[in-house]
Design a protein around this ligand. Structure first.
Ligand SMILES: Cc1ncc(C[n+]2csc(CCOP(=O)(O)OP(=O)(O)O)c2C)c(N)n1
Ligand SMILES: [Mg+2]
Length: 798
């Protein structure tokens, strides 16, 4: 790729435009439209200015349609401006920046309409996402799919302070293990974070780190004006001074401008012969321009550096920039949230040659004839293919998945058995499944599946234990055809990987059915990445096991409490916690289909369960072996399991108490109902397979009625319709009691929610259920209090 002087001139004009439009968009939202309601919002004009040059070079020169970019959150206005110039973002969206349904503050795949590749906002996550997207692309191509399309580069634009986020380094290490390719990270090295100026010499630490992990590192430090000055007599002295100048001082001088530069330079190196003349030859403005001319603001150097990459190894560009470049608060350490005042904006407008009222005009203020600019924009390679978002057809999922259910089985074992059966098949379903686990493959029951399908690696690697004929239960062979991605322990990486694999249908045009497994408590370790995976609308199944205090002897903080609430509260994630393996089989079949449903439609009150739009799925499973129920899986039961609950024992007309349980406590709930039957009338037993979907259905129905759909009824309401008012409900699960406490509000029944509020005790399951009050006895005790009557005979002494 080469560029002509004419191209450079076009890009120089466009860079001005990007800077203006981004700055104006922010100004407009805050000062012209001002719908902030007094809510303090960050300005981010400085962060945009810092990246304007690099993004101009990237989008108008370097990128190809197959390339994908994670844009630094605060540079979203640059991105929106670029898409506006390319005719892919309507003006109303910019005018409504940060407004209702306007262009988003941070790039959003789901909320923006201008072709965002990766949602960013929580710093560090977009960066890791590009790395895992490269791996996902390799995975797809190694399996022989999508080879008719060119390979894309996965590119992250990141702030230097963003590199403080540990998940980036976790990803780097994983990338190194997996033979990462086609990934570029471009560090906006403005030496400023939100609050502060970064430590001296940070770039060197980065350089060493990246090189250690096999990355090519390019430092774009000096612009072409600086390089030319260094070649003048005395230039070397100037270079040395720049190299030794502390970050804080450089920033302060940038802010103060030409006269301050002259004073300082003369004080420090002004008596050293030729360099004095070098400084004296320049006016204050020229001197400021020279000192501001860092590599990251020199279009020609940036384009040349990008063009020069002739390999697919990962590359880190460290581009020196100035936060607020070209704006009045350039370099000031407080500029992060800084907004230009209306007076400053007026001055800037004049300098940019923009007439009042013409602020949004594409080519206003530029000297290049509009027709030439338009012709250039029409030929920009990045915009040559439309749409860049790809599609993949759905993989057919049978309603019934094959599984042999043992008389006694845990849901975790059931999951392993289900995948083991799928692993025998050559169906598209079996072929498109990709599993991943952060070093808990075997302990989450994926072993048999991996034995059948193998581990993925671009280069084949034999299992030495096998070739040495050492007996082992597991066949751990790596090959390009393998279907399990073995990750290191970092849970963040699992979620970033699921996010990337789960977007393969739109990014690679090839459908994958990703299933990730981990221990339930460690969801918390990767929660933000999980949140972003859902926010991007990535599609995957998360299987977490073991869970709760039920993994009793392990104790400690391995016991998860909050996760059922996370499952309910996480947008875009349907959470299930089955007790029986036949339920699990129904849920997995549903999940494999649900994750493929078209995310295009708006969610509305009518489809709050997202049954049309789909989403991701979280299965909370247990290691507790449970006696299975032999029963026929009728269509009605199947539907009820998917909707979240069914009566395991239907309550009679005079029901005094209902026990509603979720998951591994099923035997205790069943036992309690048996023991109460003689002393309480018509006791009901409600099996809840998804508190999340049951709750979502109920709140949706409430809202629908409030909007006039008087006949709207949710699954929960139908289940409780026949319950007498006086009936009490005891809810119980191995998780936080609030998960089911809301059930009483559905039909106006008294509820006693049992669950786990503290953790950390070791013991047997029986010990711990008793200790935390979720065993049969605790259920009966609760029932006795909320559904008074004669003493329940089987109630033991606590
Ligand atoms: C996980 C997370 N923590 C904190 C923030 C708040 N925040 C936004 S930008 C930023 C630092 C900005 O510094 P840098 O990445 O260098 O970008 P620059 O402002 O220099 O453009 C912080 C702390 C965030 N967005 N995400
Ligand atoms: Mg910074």
């Amino acid at each position: 790729m080469m560029f002509s002087q004419q191209d450079l001139a076009m890009l120089t004009a466009l860079e001005r435009k990007v800077l203006w439009l981004a700055t104006w968009t922010i100004h407009h939202a805050n000062h012209v439209r001002d719908n902030t309601d007094g809510v303090k919002v960050g300005g981010h004009q400085a962060s945009c200015a810092s990246l304007a040059t690099i993004m101009t070079a990237l989008y108008f020169h370097t990128l190809r349609p197959q390339d994908r970019v994670a844009v630094k959150p605060h540079a979203a206005p640059n991105f929106h401006a670029i898409q506006y110039l390319l005719g892919r973002q309507p003006r109303e969206k910019l005018e409504n920046f940060r407004g209702y349904k306007g262009a988003q503050s941070y790039p959003s795949r789901t909320k923006d309409t201008d072709d965002v590749d990766f949602s960013t906002g929580s710093v560090g996550l977009g960066v890791a996402q590009t790395l895992f997207s490269s791996l996902a692309q390799d995975y797809v191509r190694a399996h022989g799919w999508g080879l008719e399309r060119p390979e894309g580069r996965m590119i992250a634009l990141l702030g230097d302070a963003e590199l403080d986020e540990g998940n980036i380094f976790e990803a780097m290490l994983e990338g190194w293990k997996q033979g990462l390719r086609n990934c570029w990270w471009i560090v906006d090295y403005n030496r400023q974070s939100l609050d502060a100026v970064v430590r001296e010499g940070l770039w060197e630490r980065y350089q060493n780190l990246f090189r250690n992990f096999g990355w090519d590192v390019l430092v774009l430090k000096y612009g072409s004006l600086q390089e030319a000055a260094f070649a003048e007599p005395g230039g070397e002295v100037l270079r040395r001074w720049i190299d030794n100048c502390p970050n804080q001082l450089y920033s302060a001088l940038v802010f103060q401008g030409g006269a301050a530069w002259r004073k300082r330079l003369n004080e420090e190196i002004g008596d050293q012969g030729p360099v004095t003349a070098l400084i004296a030859r320049r006016s204050d403005d020229e001197l400021a321009q020279l000192m501001n001319n860092l590599g990251g603001h020199d279009l020609g150097s940036i384009m040349a550096a990008f063009d020069a990459i002739d390999h697919d190894r990962p590359v880190c560009f460290i581009a020196y920039t100035i936060k607020g470049y070209g704006l009045p608060f350039a370099g000031h350490k407080d500029n992060h949230a800084g907004l230009m005042t209306p007076a400053q904006l007026e001055t800037f407008r004049k300098a940019m040659n923009i007439r009042p009222g013409q602020e949004w005009e594409h080519f206003e203020g530029l000297e290049t004839p509009p027709a030439e600019l338009q012709a250039f924009l029409d030929g920009v390679p990045f915009a040559s293919a439309s749409p860049r978002t790809l599609q993949a057809s759905r993989i057919e999922i049978p309603e019934k998945l094959p599984i042999a259910i043992q008389p006694e089985m845990s849901t975790q074992l059931g999951f392993g058995a289900l995948l083991n059966e799928l692993g025998r098949e050559t169906t598209p379903l079996a072929t498109r499944i990709v599993t991943a686990s952060p070093d808990v493959t075997v302990s989450t029951s994926l072993g048999p599946w991996v034995n059948r399908r193998g581990l993925f690696a671009r280069e084949a690697l034999a299992d030495t234990f096998k070739s040495e004929r050492i007996p082992s239960t597991f066949n751990w062979e790596f090959s390009p055809k393998g279907q399990h991605i073995e990750l290191g322990i970092a849970e963040m990486n699992l979620f970033c990987a699921l996010s990337a694999l789960g977007l393969s249908h739109v990014i690679n045009g090839e459908r994958l059915l990703p299933i990730g497994t981990l221990y339930d408590p460690f969801i918390a370790r990767g929660l933000d990445a999980l949140n972003y995976a859902c926010y991007q609308d990535a599609r995957f199944i998360l299987v977490s096991t073991p869970s709760g205090i039920t993994l009793a002897p392990e104790g400690g903080a391995h016991q998860s409490i909050a996760e059922p609430l996370i499952g309910m509260a996480q947008d875009g994630l349907a959470a299930f916690e089955p007790a029986f393996v036949d339920e699990l089989a129904v849920i997995v079949a549903f999940a494999l289909d649900y994750i493929q449903r078209d995310g295009g439609g708006e969610t509305s009150e009518r489809n709050w369960l997202r049954d049309e739009t789909g989403g991701s799925v979280y299965l909370r499973l247990s290691t507790r072996p449970i006696e299975q129920i032999k029963r026929e899986m009728t269509p009605a039961l199947r539907q009820a399991i998917v909707d979240g609950a069914y009566w395991l024992r239907e309550p009679g007309p005079n029901c005094q108490v209902v026990v509603a349980y979720t998951g591994a406590v099923a035997p205790d709930a069943i036992q309690s109902v048996g023991l109460m039957a003689e002393d309480r009338r018509d006791v009901g037993l409600l099996a809840i397979t998804s508190a999340d979907r049951l709750n979502a259905g109920w709140t949706a129905a409430c809202r629908a009625r409030e909007r006039g759909l008087v006949h709207a009824r949710s699954h929960a309401e139908r289940l409780f319709a026949g319950l007498p008012r006086h009936c009490g409900i005891v809810t119980v699960l191995d998780g936080h009691p609030a998960t089911l406490a809301w059930l009483g509000a559905v039909g106006g029944h008294r509820v006693r929610p049992l669950g786990v509020e503290h953790f950390g005790q070791t013991g047997t399951v029986a010990d711990l259920y008793r200790h935390y009050g979720i065993d049969a006895n605790a259920i009966i005790a609760a029932a006795q209090v909320i559904a008074p009557g004669r003493p329940i005979r089987y109630l033991g002494a606590a």
